[in-house]
Design a protein around this ligand. Sequence first.
Ligand SMILES: Nc1ncnc2c1ncn2[C@@H]1O[C@H](COP(=O)(O)OP(=O)(O)O)[C@@H](O)[C@H]1O
Ligand SMILES: [Mg+2]
Length: 278
Amino acid sequence: MPIRAAKVIRKMRGGAQAHLIEAADGEHYVVKFTNNPQHRRILINEWLACSFLRHLQIFVPETAQIELTSEFIENHPELYLSIGSKKEPIPPGVHFGSRLAVHPERVAIFDFLPDNLLGKVENRLDFLGILLFDKWVGNTDSRQAVFFRARAKKWTPLRGDAPARVGFFAQMIDHGFAFNGPHWTFQDAPLHGMYFRTTVYEEVRSYDSFQPWLEMIENFPVEVIDSAWKQIPSHWLDGDEDELERMLEQLLKRRSRTAQLVADMRQKRPALFPNWKG
Ligand SMILES: Nc1ncnc2c1ncn2[C@@H]1O[C@H](COP(=O)(O)OP(=O)(O)O)[C@@H](O)[C@H]1O
Ligand SMILES: [Mg+2]
């Protein structure tokens, strides 16, 4: 069920010109619009990637379909996209929302952490899982995450101990360029999907370091893909159904190639994995 937008907070950085919006449920969402300058398909990529990542238990934002009514748009003249020197209005309808894990006025959310703090991120092993994921889905962008301090209450990691204390957590964001963004092809350039602070890869000692995610991707259930696909609003698809089906079939076929794609990355840049022996 879509959630109605209630208030525009501000425009965010980034090529999609997303906006921070408070919705009727009292939560804050970074919203990407169907007519964003990157492509309408970016919304589909975001929706699918977050659904798949939840299955892999890698920490990602909750997602929602955010409805902007005509009345809301009329009442918020500050809401528009800048295309060249032109102001592009947002069409009424349902758009993609990525929910903030914390209240932005109460808890700081960081786009980057220095290496010494990055090494203390409670779920830092998620960077290994997400690397496999980015290889599998052919993310042509580099890896992006946000960080905030929280108490690990409900967090049940697949790897590492769940701490009771307050610590930094990383949430993986921006999956617009999974499946090569608007193109829905797989390019497989060895260094795509890499996080710019490569200390996150120091824990890798062998292929085993990528478990349980490697096995989970190789056996990724068709049902998870199907149920995510069925939730996509029809006007995000806009005639792309057949092409999406073709792309997802390819995605299923490439599950078994994930380990090789990481090997290609290692071969291209061995220094990324200084502790990977053998
Ligand atoms: N769920 C989220 N929680 C906190 N901040 C977010 C979230 N999603 C996006 N952001 C912020 O919004 C910015 C733009 O979002 P992003 O998905 O990176 O869009 P773009 O495709 O334009 O780069 C990010 O750099 C980040 O600061
Ligand atoms: Mg981004």
